[in-house]
Design a protein around this ligand. Structure first.
Ligand code: SF4
Length: 447
């Protein structure tokens, strides 16, 4: 790592702390193939000239990230006006796109959901007045620089602000212009000290930026020290590498992680088009190393705000053995307003999934409340009414049922028998406009 400046208690690095990583052959071609042979990388031909040996090397992708509009314009055609607009946006919110992720874009479709996550648009500026810089107030809950302790038994370690890609919807886009830093050992030690003293913390989330930008060796030096703290049960890693640069999840990384379990990994697929053979292989490697993978998706306008898209995404994740964990309402972050949807959209999506596909494929829809209020799950209203001892509940298909609520009203058995005997069997009952069937004390009401 080259150190060139110190700011905000962090070391600014010009280049990522790259490890001597092994190449990962996630491609059907091999390094032995003759030079000059063209390969098919992704959904467009932008990188078909790149040999498999480079394509399978995550460091090559990292070095060749697109970080300027001029470089991007060499690959994707833009009008002069668009280039001017893009430069305006990136002066405030820079770009960084891995060749791998760029290769997934359908260049013929300007509304391509992959494109919209990577390539800036002018609305980031024109609607930039809406929202907040740091809606989750992470700075407020920092107990030592880089360590956020908000919830009773969990703490978040922010190791770097470097990401392989700058996702346009990022909650931390305020940090991008700081230039790229990685915490030094001198900064990590006070974080570990805090964790050692706070025995109530049993779950540590290692995050960023993206912590997998650190070399495997450096990551191991941190994870192994967390693992030495007896009261820490679980280590979680938050990373988007399996989606934007799956080549990073190589054998070296997985071997290292397998030594320090239980480690869980949360990643961030937003669209089924991101589930590629390379991404599937990365997740499979993690699972074989004993690292369960969960997905945290962000709901975004024009990207994944339809039931069918979410269903394909969640079902696709299950196929690669990744659990759809959260569907986040897009945070109120400046520069992301154009991507935000009404809360009702998320509720409609959950309603369209629940009961219509496996429960494993239904994520929790959550709002991360501003001012550090934390995550709150929301779901469609299935309970239509409640009385002392009964609930009126709607099921996934809209049928309505009465449900006796045992804790809410203590009925004597003799009262239950009397009620059952008094109820004419199979007699239609009218409730509002709906007609149901009464049967030995149970009433089901069909629309
Ligand atoms: S990987 Fe995560 S932290 Fe990095 S830019 Fe994307 S959303 Fe933000």
């Amino acid at each position: 790592m080259t150190k060139s400046a110190i700011a905000n208690n962090t070391i600014i690095s010009e280049e990522v702390d790259e490890p001597p990583s092994k190449n990962v052959n996630t491609h059907s071609t091999t390094d032995e193939e003759p030079p000059g042979k063209s390969f098919v990388h992704g959904n467009n031909s932008l990188y078909n000239h790149v040999p498999a040996s480079d394509w399978n090397d995550w460091k090559w992708h990292f070095r060749n990230r697109i970080t300027s509009i001029d470089d991007l314009a060499h690959l994707i055609p833009f009008s002069t006006e668009e280039i001017a607009q893009l430069k305006l946006v990136t002066a405030k919110y820079p770009i960084s796109i891995t060749p791998y992720y760029l290769s997934l874009i359908d260049l013929a479709d300007r509304n391509d959901p992959v494109r919209k996550q990577a390539i800036p648009c002018i609305e980031e500026i024109t609607m930039g007045i809406l929202g907040m810089e740091d809606p989750l107030e992470e700075k407020r809950d920092s107990v030592v620089p880089g360590l956020v302790h908000r919830y009773p038994d969990r703490a978040l370690m922010v190791l770097t602000d470097i990401c392989p890609m700058f996702c346009r919807h990022c909650t931390r886009k305020r940090e991008w212009h700081h230039g790229g830093w990685v915490r030094t050992n001198e900064q990590i030690e006070p974080m570990l000290d805090y964790l050692r003293k706070h025995t109530e913390v049993r779950d540590v989330i290692v995050s960023g930026g993206d912590p997998l930008t650190l070399s495997t060796e450096r990551l191991e030096s941190i994870i192994s020290r967390i693992r030495q703290i007896a009261h820490i049960d679980i280590i979680r890693i938050g990373t988007r590498f399996p989606v934007v640069l799956p080549q990073r999840v190589d054998a070296e990384l997985c071997d290292m992680l397998s030594k320090y379990g239980p480690i869980w990994l949360n990643t961030h697929f937003n669209h089924y088009r991101e589930i590629t053979p390379e991404a599937a292989q990365a997740c499979d490697r993690l699972l074989r190393a004993g690292v369960p993978v969960n997905n945290q998706c962000v709901l975004m306008r024009g990207i994944n705000d339809e039931v069918d898209i979410q269903k394909k995404l969640c079902q696709g994740l299950l196929k690669i053995k990744v659990r759809p964990y959260y569907l986040f309402q897009c945070d109120e972050v400046q520069g992301t307003e154009h991507l935000r949807t009404p809360v009702e959209t998320g509720l409609k999506i959950i309603q369209g999934l629940r009961g219509h596909t496996s429960g494993l494929a239904v994520p929790h829809f959550v709002i991360d409340l501003p001012e550090g209020g934390g995550k709150v799950p929301l779901q469609p209203d299935y309970v239509l009414a409640k009385t002392g001892g009964e609930m009126i509940i709607r099921n996934y298909s809209g049928h309505i049922f009465r449900y006796r609520n045992p804790g809410a009203e203590q009925l004597e058995m003799k009262d239950i028998i009397a009620a059952a005997e008094a109820a004419p069997v199979k007699q239609p009952v009218k409730v509002g406009v709906r007609v149901g069937v009464k049967d030995a004390g149970r009433l089901s009401i069909r629309p």
